[in-house]
Design a protein. Sequence first.
Length: 117
Amino acid sequence: MDAGGPSPRSGDQALASLLQYHSLAMSGGLLDAVERLSTDELDAAQTGNLAFELPEAAAIITHVRSERGRGDLSEADVDALEGEAEERYAEVVATDAVIVDRFERRLSSTPDDFAPV
């Protein structure tokens, strides 16, 4: 799955980036995911969320990146940011089934965006 497989197409790459971020967010939280991924990986995660019609999820990444980039957040501010981000993300991606559904829709509508298996 890394980077979408050995011969990834645009859909494979977008899905891999979305899933990399989502996996980290689900295991360690959204702030942890933002802190652990590189700028390029976060850009790709945002693009992946947009590619799979999850603009709200992309906006949450943008918001967390912006707030964490300020550098002047107190521990209470960080806790509040994490709570807000987690709540917003849970509303957008309530379960993994949301991502599965978006993937299946895109695969059905634009199968050439994905490498054959």
